[in-house]
Design a protein around this ligand. Structure first.
Ligand code: ZN
Length: 453
């Protein structure tokens, strides 16, 4: 079905302005912790005010505010129809010596804008702001309220996160639909390959592995040393793969991606869920990509080890942290039951940490908004496939989904896998041409969904 010409018009001048906002936002250091999002929130509020939009700062914690603004469709809002544009203002820390540029200078080099947050998530923040302002400037009559929300503390999910924001201020941004980070427009050899729209995400749980044994003098070692028991447990867990399970979204993702991959990978992707060749196919696909592996099963990554106080003292306790990402619908108790059997050591126990993410239902692949995103994205990227995506990492969308919001992740900037990997790493950057294109696509998606026909 063809999309009628966008009521939003030409966005190229707006994208230039948005590039200025992105530059300024990168220069406001919102490394979390401590986050310090208030300065970014005030900056955004200033831009909105210049457009004649009234923003509201929502204080979440000292020095940490969110900012919200609304374009009304009618005097009385229907929150179930409202569209929320959400992005987070905080960024992860930097390992400065490993960067080739100042991570907070927003420098431009070879057509890229460099800086912490260029992709995650200040690029999206600036694009959301542009789409929101484009609606206001065009004076389009809206069929639903459109709400702009910039959140904080996404990277840590602590006392200033969207969870707290929802608890304190839900009526300020209650919506039936949301557009957030979490998707991707994948660029390869200079061409867009496909668009991934995030509709679900895995659930993060940290589990401590605790080994205990008698402490003593290191000159007279015994076999019940806690360090040895912990090391043995971690080695067994490292060699373990949880069973494969295909969620609806993962199944659709692999089916559609099979068409785009080379013959060999495509063949095995198609065989993933077959009774005869499934097991081998799952091994081939898991080995080909850590992302694909993690989309098919609960994943377990040992991330921290602690034991000992002196070189010559056998400690009574040794601990490891496992960062586990459960498939939506799976429970930690079941997985820990498996791990307990596998480790099979009375000196070792597991302790679930209290910071677990909440399992949210997936967003529907049948909603009007998903259909709009699919339609506009396919048109704007010359007919490439648009696939649903279940991300292995967590975003603010899980909290929104728990409040009945159909939330989708669309990072609208065409980007290579290599650049995507820089997101929490070094030399994070966004191609300027991709930013301009992404602003246009995002504005068109929003206008197509929110303009009264
Ligand atoms: Zn992010």
């Amino acid at each position: 079905m063809p999309v009628s010409p966008s009521p939003i018009g030409d966005t190229s001048a707006l994208a230039k302005e948005a590039q200025g906002w992105l530059t300024d936002l990168i220069k406001i250091n919102t490394t979390n912790p401590p986050g310090n999002e208030q300065e970014a929130a005030k900056y955004i509020a200033g831009i909105l005010e210049k457009e004649g939009i009234t923003p509201e700062l929502l204080q979440v914690a000292p020095g940490r505010s969110a900012v919200v603004a609304r374009l009304r469709s009618s005097a009385l809002a229907d929150p179930s129809k409202s569209l929320l544009l959400v992005a987070h203002m905080d960024v992860v820390g930097v390992d400065r010596p490993k960067w080739t540029v100042d991570p907070f200078a927003a420098s431009i080099k070879d057509g890229y804008l460099y800086g912490r947050g260029a992709i995650d998530d200040k690029g999206m923040l600036a694009a959301n702001l542009a789409a929101f302002i484009a609606l206001k400037r065009s004076m389009i009559h809206l069929n639903r309220d459109v709400i702009f929300l910039a959140t904080g503390d996404e990277e840590q999910g602590g006392d200033a996160s969207i969870k707290i924001l929802i608890a304190k201020y839900w009526d300020k941004f209650a919506a039936g639909y949301a557009l957030n980070e979490g998707g991707a427009v994948i660029l390869k050899n200079g061409k867009v390959q496909y668009v991934a729209v995030q509709a679900s995400e895995k659930v993060s749980v940290n589990v401590a592995v605790i080994a205990r044994g008698p402490s003593g003098h290191a000159s007279q070692p015994t076999k019940d040393n806690a360090v040895i028991h912990l090391a043995s447990a971690v080695a067994k867990i490292g060699a373990y793969s949880a069973p494969v399970y295909f969620t609806t979204i993962a199944r659709r993702y692999f089916e559609q991606l099979a068409v785009l991959e080379d013959d060999e990978i495509g063949k095995w992707m198609r065989a993933l869920d077959t009774p005869d060749r499934g097991e081998h196919a799952q091994k081939v696909i898991s080995d080909a990509s850590p992302l694909w592996n993690s989309m098919m099963r609960d994943s377990i990554a040992p991330t921290m080890l602690t034991a000992g106080v002196r070189n010559n003292v056998i400690p009574a306790e040794a601990r490891a942290n496992l960062n586990i990402r459960l498939l939506p619908g799976n429970t930690i108790d079941k997985l820990l039951g498996e791990l307990t059997k596998l480790v099979n050591d009375p000196q070792v126990r597991f302790e679930i940490q209290p910071d677990a993410g909440l399992a949210a239902p997936p967003s529907s692949l049948e909603s009007d908004f998903y259909a709009t995103i699919t339609k506009v994205a396919a048109q704007e990227f010359s007919g490439v496939p648009v696939l649903p995506f279940q991300s292995t990492g967590a975003t603010d969308s899980a909290q929104l989904r728990l409040h009945n919001v159909q939330s989708y992740g669309l990072l609208p900037f065409p980007i290579t896998e290599e650049d995507l990997k820089r997101m929490h790493g070094e030399d994070e950057r966004i191609p300027l041409a991709s930013f301009v294109k992404g602003v246009d696509v995002l504005a068109k998606v929003v206008a197509e969904f929110a303009a009264a026909k």
